[in-house]
Design a protein around this ligand. Sequence first.
Ligand SMILES: Cc1ncc(COP(=O)(O)O)c(C=O)c1O
Length: 346
Amino acid sequence: MSKVVDLRSDTVTKPTQKMREAMMNAVVGDDCYGEDPTVNALEKLAAEKVGKEAAMYVPTGTMGNTAAIMAHVRSGDIVIMEPDCHIYYYEMGNVSSLAGALPVLAKSKGGCLDPDLVEEMLRSTRHRPRTALICTENTHNRAGGRVIPIENMKAIYELSREFNVPIHLDGARIFNAAIALNVDAQEIAKYADSVMFCLSKGLSAPVGSLLAGTADFIQEARRARTRLGGAMRQAGVIAAAGLIALRDMVSRLPEDHENAKVLAEGLAKIEGIDIDLQKVETNMVMVNTRPLGMGAEEIARELSKRGVKVSIYGLHTIRLVTNKDVDRDGIRLAIEAFEDLVASIP
Ligand SMILES: Cc1ncc(COP(=O)(O)O)c(C=O)c1O
C-alpha cells in the first residue's frame, strides 16, 4: 500500500516503542487510594513543568477542562470565554450541562480575548449572575495553532486579579506555545490559576492529560473527576507513556513547527492556494479553498484519494497539522498531492 500522510491532527500520533515498553513494565497501584507510583510521578512532574503546586491525571483534555470548570464555579455562574475556544465549540456544552454555568462569549481575534470587552463583562455584573471564571486557550486550535502573545495573557490576568475572578487556561498544546514564544511553559501558565495540557497530541502519548493548579484546587478537581467517572485505578499503565511524553517528546516539537513552515511555504507557491504564512506559528496550517472554486469537503476527498488526510474546518477551510508521524518526506508528498489536485482542476 502506498504511504498515507495523515495531517488531520497531532492526535493521530502513535506511541513510541519506548512508551510501549514503559507501559508494559509500569509499576502500578490503585490511584483512587493515591497509591499508583507512576501516576504520582507523572502528576508531580506535570505540576513542576507548569509551575503549579499540584496536578491531576485525567484520560482526556475534555475531562480536564470540565473538571476544572466544575471545581471553579457554582451552578448559575458566568464563565467568560470566546466563541471559537475548544471548551465552547467542541466540548458538548459541558460548561452548562455538567458544570451548570452560563458561558458568556467575548468576541476574539486570532484566539485573543479583547481586554476591553472582558473588562466590560466583568464590570456589568451587578444585576447579573456572578462571574466565576475566565477561560483562555493557548495555542488556539480553531485559530489554526495561533499563539496568544504574553501581553494579551498578561492584560487578561491583570483584569482577573482586579475583579477577583480566576482564569482557566486550556493549554492542550502549551508546549507548542512555549516553543513559539521562546519561553518556558511556566511563563505562560503563570497567567492562569489552573491549566490543562495534553500528552496525547504532539507529545504522542496514547492517552492522557493533566490539570494543574493549587493543591486545594486539585483536591476539589479530584471530586469533579470522580463525578465524571474519571477516577482510574492502575492508571500507571498509561501514565508510564505520559512520563515519556513529558520527558522526551517536548524537545522534538520544534521539528513539527519547522515542517509546518515548509508545508505552508510549499503550498503557498501553488497557484490558487490561499495561505496566510504569517499565521503559521506552530504545527498547524489553515488553507482557504475558495480560490480553487471547491469546498473543503471536496478538497479533503480529493486529497484523500491521493493519500493525504486533512481536516475540514469550515465550508472553505481545511486544516493540516504536522506531527511526529509525518517526516519531511511526508510533507513533500502532501505538497505533491496538492500540486496534482490543482493541476487536475479544469
Ligand atoms: C485546544 C484543545 N483543548 C482541548 C482538547 C480536548 O482534548 P481531548 O480530545 O483529549 O478531550 C483539544 C483536542 O483536540 C484541543 O485541541
